[in-house]
Design a protein around this ligand. Structure first.
Ligand SMILES: *[C@@H]1O[C@H](CO)[C@@H](O)[C@H](O)[C@H]1NC(C)=O
Ligand SMILES: *[C@@H]1O[C@H](CO)[C@@H](O)[C@H](O)[C@H]1NC(C)=O
Length: 458
């Protein structure tokens, strides 16, 4: 009997022990999985940060190259401003020295060495943009506090943006990072990416609108998916065209005129091939883009200068030439520019590619959001892969047709010529590119919105 009891307990204990072992083993597996997931996440984040940094550097180089911003179409004559180069410590990538370190020349309107191209005749014709200053019309003072420091390249407190906003918006548009100004502010801007959910002003001022901004796709700014969090704000500013004040993340800091008047080599001279710059081969839906590109390359000539499916090298930069310019000069030589977004499922999300295509006066071949028509000068200014069932072979067939038929090709550039090139059409496109968050016009739009949504001034 005793023997049996001992045996029973021994068996039970051993069963328990083996169950315990199982649980331990499973825990260990889960821990490992978690570890791997964290590693993946880290890598994804690092890659994303790196892309953003590279993009910021390119954008900054473009800005530097511009030296002087073109006169805004609705600004007063002679209102040229040099773009001060900002020093942002820690932003430069190690091992990559910026070429031109000297500050840009300060140009004045009477200095004919200025490299700016002005379009004074057209400026007078362009209808007024509602967020821009009109002559001497009285302006209401609107003050906006940027609550959490926006790191990286979305920096609305850039001195030249702040100065331009004060002088050139339809309101006297004051942006500050001073949190103590909140009680008298008309608006407080929170940046989703760097915001901690509990970090709000201690007291909500009755007169101030809370505004949330994010230029990230949702997977990078998960707070946007929390209805409770989003409900704290009076206005949402994302790239979604149905948000309160849509902001796009491209950097077209040039005026519409620059797009309309971009010099073109013409159908006869342009290479009978499509040019591609794709360097993000894997994450954020890019694998699908790569597969499309790969199929297209089998049926149509594609010169791929980016990391993915690379088959052409960029010519070296000429002395003093900026990367953005060099790239557009290269694009200009081709009949087609493959402007493919990472992720075709991201509604309303548009990157700088298609705009670069217009600036280079090549024909963008677009693959991305279905709402692209609302973001370009005209729906027939580009070839959309969606119109060909997103089928590389059908697309290639169409490209070959355009490459062989000048009038069919040129029809895609009709928007640039009379009778379609009108002041109204240019103004419409100007309001689109002014949706960029990387120009002081973003500040003007915010202030104009606040002025429209505040009780009248006493
Ligand atoms: C224009 O700029 C150049 C280069 O900075 C300078 O040498 C020249 O004196 C300036 N001319 C005028 C009229 O300001
Ligand atoms: C060229 O394209 C135009 C417009 O699409 C068309 O009317 C014309 O027939 C084409 N010409 C040839 C030779 O295919």
């Amino acid at each position: 009997m005793l023997c049996l009891t001992v045996l029973f307990f021994a068996v039970a204990a051993s069963a328990q022990r083996s169950r315990l072992e199982d649980v331990r083993f499973e825990t260990m597996l889960l821990e490992k999985q978690l570890e791997f997931a964290l590693l993946d996440l880290q890598e994804l984040r690092a890659r994303h940060e790196r892309d953003m940094r590279a993009y910021a550097v390119a954008a900054a180089e473009d800005l530097t190259n511009e030296e002087v911003e073109q006169p805004s179409l609705s600004s007063t004559k002679g209102d040229f401003e040099p773009r001060p180069r900002e020093r942002r410590p820690g932003r430069r990538r190690p091992g990559r020295r910026r070429k031109q370190q000297q500050p840009p020349e300060v140009a004045t309107s009477d200095n004919n060495t200025m490299r700016v191209v002005a379009f004074p005749k057209k400026a007078a014709e362009l209808p007024e943009l509602p967020y821009m200053r009109r002559g001497d019309a009285p302006r209401r003072r609107i003050e906006v506090v940027v609550w959490n420091k926006i790191r990286g390249f979305l920096d609305w407190l850039r001195p030249d943006f702040v100065t331009s906003a004060r002088e050139r918006c339809s309101t006297e548009c004051v942006f500050t990072g001073n949190q103590r100004a909140v009680p008298r502010a008309d608006g407080v801007v929170f940046h989703a990416k760097t915001h901690r959910v509990t970090d709000f002003p201690p007291k909500r001022p009755p007169g101030a609108k809370y505004m949330l901004v994010s230029l990230e796709q949702e997977k990078y700014a998960p707070l946007l998916k929390h209805p409770k969090y989003v409900a704290k704000f009076d206005a949402i500013m994302t790239y979604a065209l149905d948000s309160t004040l849509p902001m796009i993340s491209v950097h077209p800091h040039w005026d519409a005129a620059r797009y309309y008047e971009a010099p073109t080599l013409g159908w006869e001279t342009k290479l009978d091939a499509a040019v591609a710059f794709v360097s993000n081969c894997r994450n954020a839906g890019a694998a699908d883009r790569l597969a499309f590109l790969e199929k297209l390359m089998k049926v149509y000539a594609v010169h791929s200068y980016g990391r993915c499916l690379h088959n052409k090298d960029e010519p070296p930069l000429r002395d003093g030439q900026q990367r953005g310019d060099a790239k557009r000069a290269l694009l200009a030589k081709y009949k087609f520019y493959l402007s493919f977004e990472n992720d075709v499922n991201s509604k309303d999300y548009v990157s700088e590619k298609v705009y670069d295509g217009f600036l280079a006066a090549t024909l963008p071949v677009y693959r991305g959001t279905a709402t692209i028509d609302r973001l370009v000068p005209a729906p027939d200014a580009l070839v959309k892969t969606a119109d060909f069932g997103d089928d590389p072979a059908r697309l290639a067939h169409h490209l070959a047709h355009l490459a062989a038929n000048k009038s069919a090709y040129d029809a895609y550039f009709a928007w640039r010529k009379p009778p379609r090139d009108t002041p109204r059409a240019r103004a419409r496109f100007q309001t689109i590119i002014d949706m960029t968050a990387y120009k002081y016009t973003a500040l003007c739009r915010i202030c104009a919105y606040l002025a429209d949504h505040q009780p009248a001034q006493a």
